[in-house]
Write a protein that binds this ligand. Structure first.
Ligand code: GKR
Ligand code: MG
Length: 439
């Protein structure tokens, strides 16, 4: 079996005005749908970052991918990794997500492109053999993958623009009371049993109050995590860690409170001295295998946030889970605005990764059924879990009419790149800049 065709569909999907330390989400998030077709007419699909950059990176692989045996991808990984070397200068050697949004760092371009091809090939192989992806990788350790409620502060609006606006399910969410309301609503709809709050938006005392209000509402059986995406200094991170010592205990974590591994290590040291063992998690300072060793050496990070989209695919997430286990580190999963194909890729990666024991993040509740490209509509999340269906590959098929609508939305958009800072200036505060640390 060979790959006879590679098709790339750049799409735009409605996205509500969510806030983070990066700024504000634009009315549409960008994604790329990837289809590999085999010589025997089977199609494998995947979903990855969107916009011109990721699209051009994938387009440049067309000649290399077409003609390849989908079972033989290791050489492609090696070739792409070797080509990534010159990108070091372009990115000033910084492969973290401190300054560049996920999907934008040239230093993980090869890992992102490879991942998109790998996921589509696994889907293709699964469909050819009649096996679910997780069962191609040694078998699943779980058939239902838990995800966490991912709470955001947000402005009014459900995403999209003008006649193409989506309804605003959650309304404006700018204080602790509204955060609790959002959590209640999301839990009622999806049954999530763990909660993450995207922080780094308001004064840390307001975000401490929001976490406390969540604890008060849901009790200690619902683990809580907070992620300010490096908005805090070491001092502030320690202060928040001390203040939330009880609330983040029992399965919760403090995610990327501050920038750099050295600063995270300092936060960890100071919390331990004060008797607080809340683990620190990271998807900003740790984005690749090379970072894990240093994070472990410094004891800067105790939970690594995997993500098949930029760690080099589903198999790399599986490898990462073994590595973290051997090092005595935990592993969880990061997410970005995405549709059902990504959700299924994340679910299969988690199902096949024995030591991934935290509920995975997902932005899926923030996306709307009108934008879904999976045939039959939205992938169900029930009791906070995604079930691995007994269907081959990722377990989904593409709805090409929906893909065409997504491509049309993309075509009409004036932007081709996620830029939360520009969006924040445009819609909230013209003088807003991303400053780290802000507090
Ligand atoms: O969607 O604004 C967002 C998040 O801030 C996202 O871009 C982050 O990468 O969810 C992510 C995280 O955990 O850092
Ligand atoms: Mg994070």
């Amino acid at each position: 079996m060979r790959i006879s065709d590679l098709r790339l569909y750049p799409i735009a999907i409605a996205d509500p005005p969510l806030r983070s330390s990066y700024g504000l989400h634009a009315p549409y998030a960008l994604r790329t749908i990837v289809v590999v077709r085999s010589t025997d007419g089977i199609e494998g699909v995947s979903e990855t970052y969107g916009g011109d950059g990721p699209l051009a990176a994938l387009e440049s692989l067309r000649d290399r991918v077409v003609g390849t045996d989908p079972f033989q991808l290791t050489r492609l990984w090696l070739e792409l990794s070797a080509q990534a070397e010159p990108d070091r200068a372009e990115a000033h050697g910084d492969r973290t997500q401190t300054w560049l949004l996920p999907g934008e760092n040239p230093l993980d371009r090869h890992a992102r492109s490879f991942a998109a091809i790998e996921m589509a090939c696994l889907d293709l192989i699964g469909k050819a053999l009649g096996k679910p992806v997780c069962d191609l990788l040694g078998g699943r350790v779980r058939s239902a993958v838990p995800f966490a409620a991912y709470l955001f502060y947000k402005h009014a609006g459900g995403g999209g623009e003008g006649m193409d606006s989506r309804e605003d399910e959650y309304g404006e969410v700018l204080d602790a009371r509204a955060i609790v309301r959002e959590a209640r609503q999301m839990r009622a709809q999806y049954g999530f049993r763990e909660i993450k709050l995207k922080g780094g938006v308001f004064d840390p005392d307001q975000e401490i109050a929001a976490i406390r209000a969540l604890r008060e509402e849901f009790g200690p059986s619902v683990p809580l995590r907070i992620d300010p995406n490096c908005a805090w200094s070491v001092e502030t991170s320690v202060r928040v860690g001390l203040a939330l010592r009880e609330e983040l205990d029992g399965g919760g974590y403090l995610e990327d409170p501050t920038a750099t591994l050295e600063a995270m290590a300092e936060v960890r040291r100071r919390l331990l001295v004060a008797g607080v063992a809340t683990p620190l998690a990271s998807n900003v300072a740790v984005t690749c295998f090379e970072h894990v060793a240093e994070a472990h050496r410094l004891d800067a990070v105790q939970i690594v946030l995997s993500d098949p989209h930029y760690w080099g695919g589903i198999r790399h997430v599986q490898h990462l889970s073994y590595l973290c286990h051997a090092l005595g580190m935990g592993v969880s999963m990061h997410s970005n605005s995405h549709l059902g194909i990504s959700l299924m890729a994340m679910a299969h990666a988690a199902a096949a990764s024995p030591y991934l024991t935290y509920a995975c993040d997902t932005h899926y509740p923030w996306q709307h059924a009108a934008d879904e490209v999976v045939l039959g509509g939205r992938v169900p999340i029930v009791n906070g879990e995604v079930h691995i269906p007994e269907r081959p590959g990722l377990g989904i098929e593409l709805d090409y009419d929906q893909v065409a609508r997504g491509v049309e939305r993309y075509r009409k958009l004036p932007y081709r790149k996620r830029d939360d800072e520009a969006e924040m200036q445009k819609r909230v505060d013209p003088s807003w800049r991303r400053v780290l640390p802000r507090w």
